[in-house]
Design a protein around this ligand. Structure first.
Ligand SMILES: *Cc1c(COP(=O)(O)O)cnc(C)c1O
Length: 399
């Protein structure tokens, strides 16, 4: 069914082509859209085939926990977009974060992480992994000296999120990767906020990139999913043995939704980023808004780095209102268009109050250390007309 020479060299395709055709593996029926293989097991014509597959001498499928043709299409498409050697799709973003860390760490190892983290990433590093004897140090991600003094020859792994949730702090990937590499530590980057469209951590020296597919890849609020991108060696030697036997496999249905989501990922992320920038600019200087954080605004504390490292400012805008929680809740109550939701990257604009939702469990002290105030709101800008989102936030502030 292959048409021509060009169709057999997908790694040379442009990004848009990769997103629409990457990984496409048509069945003998020749379906236009990618097929959904909703099966858990596989059958073999001969007992020898089963024997070969279990021996690793034939790479056909054996069981849904190990792999599935629809999941493979999703993995291959994302792998091409990221420019990675290998991709492993998982049930959620957190399964991916935990898997990427736990597959390579053992009791006695040390991990250094930026402290401005997604709430569940914070729990994994500060409370779950330590139960297995893994020590951690949290640093201010924008302070390179802090990374230098925290990373020691004992440090097995460095974890970071940039831009961070919800403060949109940006970390210098090239600089932190250089520091970590010099100490022999592997670098895992949570690239959920930037998406592979705006930032490619592997090109700055990261070893592993993790995603929540639940966010921009689906982008329409339907399914959970995640992925780990790495070298082939990391996948074969560390991920496969850990993940196949612990079982955080993605459902083929969810992988199919994410696979189809990738087709429009770039269009959506670039459009939403453009709208987010307009929203951020419109909020600056409004009465009762004390601070607007957006990576591609000149007022961002690391504006130069943001311009260098991110192709656009992203789909998220964080801002602070005077009057703390009460005023923030008042704004939320008066929104007529934007929905109150802790999800992000969706076609629908969503807003959340991090201090009482995503970052509630970490406690007031950790929130203060991350710069999360009671008047802070995090807005995920969707695909509506930017003017309508701006009007809605404006009327809710003055209500
Ligand atoms: C949502 C999110 C995750 C976790 O993803 P799930 O799919 O919800 O498990 C991890 N990191 C960041 C930055 C996120 O925003």
């Amino acid at each position: 069914m292959k048409k021509d020479v060009k169709s057999s060299s997908p790694s040379r395709w442009g990004e848009n082509t990769k997103l629409v055709r990457g990984g496409l593996d048509r069945s003998p029926h020749g379906e236009t859209s990618e097929a959904l293989f909703l099966n858990s097991g596989f059958v073999y014509d001969e007992p020898e085939t089963a024997e070969k597959r279990f021996a690793g001498e034939d790479d056909g499928y054996v069981y849904g926990r190990y792999g599935n043709p629809t999941v493979t299409m999703f993995e291959e498409r994302l792998r091409l977009l990221e420019g990675a050697e290998a991709c492993y799709a998982l049930a959620s973003g957190m399964a991916s974060v935990f898997g990427a860390l736990a597959c390579q760490l053992k009791a006695g190892d040390h991990i250094v992480s930026s402290k401005a983290l997604f709430g569940s990433c914070y729990q994994v590093i500060t409370s779950i992994l330590p139960r297995f004897g893994i020590r951690f140090t949290l640093v201010d991600g924008s302070d390179l000296d802090a990374w230098r003094s925290a990373i020691t020859p004992d440090t097995r792994c460095v974890f970071l999120e940039t831009p961070s949730n919800p403060t949109l702090e940006v970390i210098d990937l090239a600089a932190v990767c250089e520091i970590a590499k010099a100490a022999g530590a592997s670098i895992v980057v949570d690239n959920v906020f930037a998406t592979p469209v705006l930032q490619k951590p592997l090109s700055y020296g990261a070893d592993v990139v993790v995603y929540s597919g639940t966010k921009h890849m689906d982008g329409q609020g339907r399914v959970l999913g995640g992925a780990i991108l790495s070298t082939r060696k990391f996948k074969e030697e560390l991920l496969k043995p850990f993940l196949r036997h612990t079982g955080p496999s993605i459902s083929p249905f969810n992988a199919w939704v994410l696979l189809k989501g990738l087709e429009t990922l770039k269009l959506r992320v670039l459009h939403q980023s453009q709208s987010a920038r307009q929203v951020a600019e419109a909020l600056v200087g409004l009465k009762d808004i004390t601070r607007v954080i957006y990576p591609h605004l000149d007022s961002h504390p690391q504006a130069d780095l943001c311009q260098r490292q991110m192709a656009a400012g992203g789909t998220m805008v964080t801002f602070e209102v005077t009057g703390g929680k009460e005023k923030a809740f008042n704004l939320l109550r008066h929104l007529q268009l934007v929905d109150i939701s802790n999800n992000l990257g969706d076609a629908k604009s969503l807003i959340t109050h991090p201090a009482t939702t995503t970052h509630r469990n970490i406690g007031a002290e950790a929130r203060a250390a991350m710069g999360i105030t009671d008047g802070m709101l995090r807005l995920s800008v969707g695909l509506e007309d930017a003017e309508d989102v701006i009007d809605d936030v404006k009327q809710a502030i003055s209500a």
